[in-house]
Design a protein around this ligand. Structure first.
Ligand code: HSE
Length: 305
């Protein structure tokens, strides 16, 4: 029987200030992937619609969706169909710190798993996606939804996902410059001092507990970070000023989304005003940008029947 699979994967914002490499949120902006088996073909072709259309590889072996499909087939010890067509509908801006590569990997793993016997559990998927991506904080919310807190134990990813209310908005503004994750990781110091470690441990615990208990006026303090934001914000022209402009316009707090260049603000009111203040501030620093007002989705990637 010819197989057809349709997957929807949410954007994610990793780190969330103080939760470097551990915390991430699934957001209501989605990529979709359609796979159709074509028995008369001897390879899988790729068509891309939307963002990154002209930059993302369309050779199956070089594409992250294709690579993840293969990884799922290897894990399940069952071959993929030899012929088929993938249609990628991309709404998550690529290389901007909103989990576009995680979305490709997670989508590819889900399609690959579905085509090769559905043997992988959500736990298998979490660990495999983390090993492909390198960190759990984007793939975990993309798979589980909500606000995900992840740790690595003996090469396995353990994730707790907290359901988030719809009373809080996440404003994301992506400037036209890309910041590659490798470059953003190179900007980090090799070691940090004891006091900075204590600062971050207390801030991230405070952030997660403030969100869980809906004490949203405390988010500002929970987002404070000494591990990555001070080193990376200088890679984003005007970044510091845009973070401040968001708070001046009424945001509860603001930080870098993932490794950038997108900046993220939390709000319960004045969302459009905050987004426009951020866009205008980027413009003052010579950068065009695109903004979205999003919610957290408590549902991770899913196969659409
Ligand atoms: N935690 C990762 C980082 C997320 O900030 O480098 C981006 O992959």
């Amino acid at each position: 029987m010819t197989q057809s699979i349709h997957v929807q994967i949410p954007a994610t914002s990793a780190n969330v200030g103080s939760g470097f490499d551990a915390v991430g949120i699934a957001l209501t902006l989605y990529n979709e992937i359609y796979f159709t088996e074509e028995a008369n073909k001897d390879h899988i072709t790729i068509e891309i619609e939307g963002l990154g259309k002209d930059e993302i590889p369309t050779i199956f072996e070089n594409n992250m969706v294709g690579q993840a499909m293969k990884a799922a087939a290897v894990k399940n010890r069952q071959p993929l169909p030899t012929g088929g067509h993938l249609k990628l509908i991309n709404r998550i801006p690529p290389a901007r710190g909103l989990g576009s590569s995680s979305a490709a990997l997670v989508g590819g793993l889900m399609i690959g798993n579905a085509l090769t016997g559905n043997k992988m559990s959500q736990q298998d998927m979490l660990s495999l996606a983390t090993s492909l991506e390198g960190h759990p904080d984007n793939v975990a919310p993309a798979i589980c939804g909500g606000l995900s807190v992840s740790i690595m134990v003996d090469g396995k990813t353990m994730t707790n996902s907290i359901l988030m209310g719809q009373d809080i908005s996440f404003i994301v503004v992506s400037p036209q410059i890309e910041v590659a994750t490798e470059e953003a990781r190179r900007a980090l110091p090799k070691t940090i001092d004891y006091q900075s470690a204590v600062f971050n441990v207390s801030r991230v615990s405070f952030l997660v507990s403030a969100l869980f208990t809906k004490q949203y006026d405390r988010i500002f303090y929970g987002l404070q970070d000494k591990l990555h934001v001070p080193y990376r914000i200088r890679l984003i022209p005007g970044g510091e000023e845009v973070l401040k402009a968001a708070v001046r316009a009424g945001a509860l707090g603001s930080t870098i989304s993932g490794s950038g260049s997108t900046l993220l603000a939390f709000a319960t009111t004045d969302e459009e005003k905050i987004m426009n203040a951020m866009i205008h501030c980027f413009k003052d620093h010579g950068l065009e940008s695109v903004g979205h007002v999003l919610k957290c989705t408590n549902e991770g990637a899913k196969i659409i029947p």
